[in-house]
Structure formats: C-alpha cells, structure tokens
Ligand binder design. Structure first.
Ligand code: 6PG
Length: 245
C-alpha cells in the first residue's frame, strides 16, 4: 500500500520517493503476476523521475523484460516532435535502458486522432486479453486547470466510458490529444499523481479540498473513482493544503 499523500521537503526527495514507489510496485507486480504494466505521465514534471530510473543503481532493481511501458496520454504529434510525451520519456529514459522494444506501447500521435485512439484502445485491450484493463501503476500529472492525462475540463473525452482510450480536442491548447479514459484510470491498481512546485499549490488545494472539486476538475473525479490514488507532492505544491494545518 502506498500512503494517500506523501509530502517531501525538497525536489530531490520528491524524485527519490517517486523512484522508490515505482520500483516497489514494479517488483510487487512482477512477483505476483509476472509482469509490471506502467503508464507514464507526460508534460515536464516527471522527466527527472524518468532520468533517475534510468540510472544504473536503480535500473538493476527491476526486471525490464517483465516491464511494459504505456502512456497516460499523448499529444497528436509525431514521435520526434518536441511536444511528444513519448519523445520526452525516450530521451530521459527509454533510449538509455535495455527494455525490449515490444514492451514499449507507444500511442501513435502521428496518425489521425481517432485512428490513434482506436489503435491505443486495441493495444490496451490486447495486453489485458480483452478484459478490464488493470494497470499496476498509472502516473498522472496535474494541470493548472485541474486536468490530468488529457482529460481536460469541458471536453468530449470526459464522456467516454466504453473505450480504454479516446481522442480529445482541447480548444484551450488548440490541439488534439489521445488519453486514457476514466474507466481505465478507475480500475488501475494504483494511481500516483506526481506534482511539484509553487505554481501548482493553488490547484492542488482546490482539487483535494474544494467540496465541489469532482464537478469542476477531471483530476478530482479520477481520484474519487479510484480508492488507490496517492499524491506525491513537494512541500511547495502542498503549501496551500489546509488539511496539514
Ligand atoms: C501532458 C500531460 C498533462 C500534464 C499536465 C502537467 O501531456 O501534458 O499528460 O496531463 O501531466 O499538463 O504538465 P507539467 O508537468 O508540464 O506541468
């Protein structure tokens, strides 16, 4: 079990805690089920965590041939585009570790959004043999508007409950995205929100403490739908939480 909330005194401790949680859950999954299904979050926050995981002293603590990498979401851009979440993870970690190519389940952002979403749904469905997907660990970020993955407020993907992945047009970003859907996030064995920095303190407070957060913020709805949701915050991102007073 991972504590519901972990607050670290600094950024290095935040990275170290993230690495320990990922490795702990990974080894537990491999021990109990023979494989570890991990969905990576995108954006900029998790990059140092991925870089730390790729360091030799961490890498030797997990069986890569039993580890499968997915993404919580992807921008609808080619894999080499600076906006690509795949590219960020590849440069930070994947190209530096001997993980089998077949274990990397990339979201195809270079094809049409609908085709990319259908393809990712099929990849997930096949990996979980046609049953309900149960990822061992899904990493999630938090946007300043309360979105997570690419589940943005007032967007169509919030309504999708019969597919594992959905294309989502995000007006606010003038962009298309592909995202895991609520049902997949709800059934994950563990969700881990990775959030740090002063600039996220307000939204962290609102998502965790506002009485109507679930109506306003997709991230709050995700957390409410999965009892195994944890928050890994540095003290700066946590500094507006009243529950700590
Ligand atoms: C993405 C992410 C998204 C991200 C948040 C936070 O593709 O951008 O998946 O949900 O986690 O927007 O982004 P930062 O980590 O860059 O603040």
């Amino acid at each position: 079990m991972i504590p519901e909330m972990i607050i670290t005194p600094n950024h290095k401790a935040w990275i170290d805690n993230a690495v320990e949680i990922i490795l702990k859950l990974g080894n537990q999954a491999i021990r109990e089920r023979g494989r570890f299904s991990l969905a990576l979050s995108g954006g900029s926050t998790p990059q140092p965590v991925y870089q730390a995981l790729a360091l030799p002293h961490n890498l030797k603590r997990i069986i890569l041939s039993r580890t499968h990498i997915f993404w919580s979401d992807e921008r609808c851009v080619p894999p080499g585009d600076p906006q690509s979440n795949y590219r960020m993870a590849k440069l930070a970690m994947l190209e530096n570790i001997p993980i089998p190519t077949a274990n990397i389940h990339r979201i195809h952002g270079e094809i049409s959004p609908e085709k990319g979403a259908a393809d990712y749904h099929k990849q997930i469905d096949s990996f979980f043999q046609g049953g309900q997907p149960v990822f061992d660990l899904v990493l999630l970020g938090l946007g300043s508007d309360g979105h997570t993955a690419s589940l943005f407020p007032n967007t169509s993907a919030l309504q999708i409950t019969d597919r594992w992945a959905a294309a989502n047009q995000v007006e606010a970003q003038q962009a298309w995205r592909i995202t895991l859907t609520f049902p997949v996030l709800a059934s994950a064995r563990q969700l881990l929100f990775l959030v740090n920095g002063e600039d996220k303190a307000e939204i962290v407070h609102q998502v965790i403490e506002d009485h109507d957060a679930e109506e306003k913020f997709p991230s709050a709805r995700v957390a409410a739908q999965n009892p195994n949701t944890s928050w890994l915050l540095d003290k700066y991102a946590a500094n507006q939480l009243t529950i700590l007073e």
